[in-house]
Write a protein that binds this ligand. Structure first.
Ligand SMILES: [Fe+2]
Length: 163
């Protein structure tokens, strides 16, 4: 049992997944900076600002994930060389069209959502409510951001699903 009253072996499994999530968020953060700087075209003003809003949010999450790992009494992975090896999110070129940037971010959200759900699953097995609480909030927020990016790329004659 740890000082938090959590099972050590189960916590180690959760931390492994949290470190992958940390790496994913770092790559995602830097991609948003890349797109913030390099977006061009008629949507420049909208997207330049939106990407900044998203990377500011990702930066906060990077810190919260790392500090959750420390709270669990483990060391967060802290170097970019390690993030590049660990992350499922991959780097992107800087010369993408605005639509392709949005599609790329939606693909990355899919990867991050999968990892967030994985963290929630292993944390649940370890009775680690603190981690579940952290990532649970992220899941809803990222799903909402995905909806907005998806709406951005829809055509006005695309329709919503009805029950
Ligand atoms: Fe800027």
């Amino acid at each position: 049992m740890s000082y938090l009253g959590l099972d050590d072996k189960k916590t180690a499994i959760t931390v492994k997944e949290l470190n992958i999530l940390l790496a994913d968020y770092h790559l995602y953060y830097q991609k948003l900076r890349n797109f913030h700087w390099n977006v061009i075209g008629k949507n420049f003003f909208d997207l330049h600002e939106k990407f900044e809003e998203l990377y500011d949010d990702a930066k906060l999450k990077v810190d919260e994930i790392a500090e959750r790992i420390l709270t669990l009494r483990y060391q967060p992975v802290s170097n970019f060389s390690e993030y590049l090896k660990t992350s499922t999110v991959k780097e992107s070129p800087s010369d993408l069209s605005d639509s392709r940037m949005i599609e790329t971010l939606l693909e990355d959200h899919g990867i991050i959502l999968k990892q967030l759900r994985k963290v929630a699953e292993v944390a649940d097995k370890g009775g680690d409510e603190g981690t579940i609480d952290l990532v649970g909030g992220y899941i809803g927020e990222l799903e909402k951001t995905s909806w907005m990016l998806d709406a951005w790329k829809m055509k006005t004659n695309d329709t919503h699903k009805t029950l």
